[in-house]
Design a protein around this ligand. Structure first.
Ligand code: ADP
Ligand code: ADP
Length: 226
């Protein structure tokens, strides 16, 4: 089955075309890296996938739901980690998680269970009482990923989640998300401009100047290049 499907998607900012007839799909349970240099259109695609922008042309299906026709179901299937951290610095990790659980309609024992599970999966349980501002960059990112998992999404979208982190922290975050994806059977779309970050993903989609340049496994794309 298809986790994520994008068909003939275009977007312009005034006269500037940011995406032109973009089509690709990610099978359920697959880890897809969306690779492209700055300006390729990755963030624009994320804005469309998360409903921040409405597409005037093209279709987006999330976990089988048409985003234009069934936005609530489609968005409920998504966990999102934006490029810029959106954290409440003065709250503790646990308070952050509680608040976002409540926004997702989770309360009481169910919320407590999900917060515990999500923090455990990101190995953040021992940080629950710490203020976010006291955490380092890697732990903040892990908390954001745990937070995106609270409502048990089928699909996790991450827009350059390792920007600003050092190499070993980046590798740790990548490993955490891979482990999470495997254990939960998640469909993942991971946007990055860092080629070395996307070695062993199931699928590589290369975006350049708003169009898809390549789509396949890392092995097939390497074969095509050599
Ligand atoms: P990426 O995330 O891959 O760096 P973006 O989606 O941010 O790419 O940008 C794609 C193109 O759209 C670029 O040419 C960029 O300059 C342009 N763009 C992005 N946001 C805006 C905006 N708000 N107004 C005008 N042009 C924009
Ligand atoms: P503060 O920032 O004021 O010290 P905390 O965020 O540590 O507050 O705790 C807020 C509430 O959440 C408290 O009732 C605390 O017992 C509870 N809490 C903190 N961490 C956890 C956790 N890991 N699991 C369940 N409850 C927690």
């Amino acid at each position: 089955g298809t986790g994520l499907m994008v068909e003939d998607l275009s977007h312009s900012y005034g006269a500037r075309k940011a995406l032109s007839n973009v089509s690709f799909s990610v099978e359920r349970g697959c880890f897809c890296a969306l690779l492209g240099p700055n300006g390729a259109g990755k963030s624009t695609l994320f804005s469309l996938l998360t409903g921040l922008f409405t597409s005037k042309s093209g279709d987006i299906h999330v976990a089988g739901f048409d985003l234009a026709k069934k936005p609530r179901s489609a968005l409920a299937a998504l966990g999102v980690v934006f490029q810029q951290p959106t954290l409440d610095m003065h709250l503790s990790v646990h308070q952050n998680m509680r608040y976002y659980a409540a926004l997702q309609g989770l309360s009481g024992k169910h919320a407590t269970r999900r917060i515990g599970e999500a923090l455990e999966q990101l190995e953040m349980a021992d940080r629950a009482g710490e203020k976010v501002r006291a955490l380092n960059g890697g732990h903040r990112r892990r908390m954001e990923i745990a937070r995106a998992m609270l409502h048990e999404p089928a699909i996790l979208l991450l827009d350059e989640p390792t920007v600003g982190l050092d190499t070993s922290t980046r590798q740790a975050i990548t490993a955490h998300v891979h482990k999470l994806a495997r254990s939960e059977g998640l469909t993942v779309l991971w946007a990055t401009h860092l080629v070395d970050e996307v070695e062993d993903e199931d699928q590589l989609v290369i975006l350049h100047k708003g169009t898809i340049r390549a789509d396949g496994t890392a092995a097939t794309l390497r074969g095509a290049r050599n």
